[in-house]
Write a protein that binds this ligand. Structure first.
Ligand code: CA
Length: 226
């Protein structure tokens, strides 16, 4: 499983616990302790899902949710609101603001994981599936194998991660910086040239004879899976 999750929550202990467990489950996680920083950071991070605390020192979760819904890039971002007990009445207001689901504190990580999976499955079936598919391409995340039209394609580990990344969001154009952050999360010294080299290798591997091109170069923007 993978995907990017952003957390806005003012209790460091919750962030720590949730972040640690999500990372163990293969998610890329970033977080913020208040609403204003959270709004800025999340726009840079481009998450697949937002975990949002209801009561924050500056903005409320609802205000944040309303704010991001105005932004075209985040109109459909799945949001799970973390609420404290006794905020039931406010839940109804929350639903109007475009929150996808709720979780009342204290919650177990398993509960949270179940909600995250359900919400992600609704918004992007590829994010939680073991097999990623696009056109005649299939990537098996468990066995780490790739097939095109039934024929196995051998990829190096970096090319595999690149393809996995593209398959979680087909047709979306990614800049080299976005690719770098997601595919080489711990290495800031990778040059954009290196990305081009791996893209070229990936392209050569998946473009079997008589098959159509699957990776598109978008001039001055980046790359996308067709
Ligand atoms: Ca709080």
């Amino acid at each position: 499983m993978n995907g990017k999750i952003f957390i806005i929550e003012d209790e460091p202990s919750i962030i720590q616990l949730v972040q640690h467990n999500l990372e163990k489950n293969g998610f890329l996680v970033s977080s913020s302790l208040n609403g204003n920083d959270g709004l800025k950071e999340l726009k840079k991070f481009q998450p697949d899902l937002l975990l949002l605390d209801w009561m924050l020192p500056d903005l409320s979760g609802i205000e944040i949710c309303k704010n991001i819904r105005k932004d075209n890039n985040f109109k459909n971002l799945p949001v799970i609101m973390l609420t404290a007990k006794g905020e039931e009445e406010d839940k109804i207001k929350g639903l109007d603001s475009g929150v996808d689901d709720y979780l009342t504190k204290p919650f177990s990580f398993n509960e949270l994981m179940a909600r995250i999976k359900a919400v992600l499955r609704r918004s992007n079936p590829n994010t939680v599936s073991d097999n990623l598919k696009f056109d005649d391409l299939m990537l098996d995340r468990i066995e780490k194998r790739v097939f095109r039209d039934g024929q196995e394609i051998k990829l190096g580990p970096t090319e595999f991660r690149l393809l996995e990344f593209f398959l979680t969001n087909p047709k979306r154009v990614y800049s080299r910086d976005q690719i770098l952050e997601s595919v080489w999360p711990n290495n800031v010294n990778v040059e954009s040239r290196t990305i081009d080299v791996h893209i070229r290798r990936l392209r050569q591997s998946v473009n079997l004879k008589n098959k159509k091109e699957l990776i598109r170069t978008v001039r001055s923007s980046g790359y996308s899976l067709i």
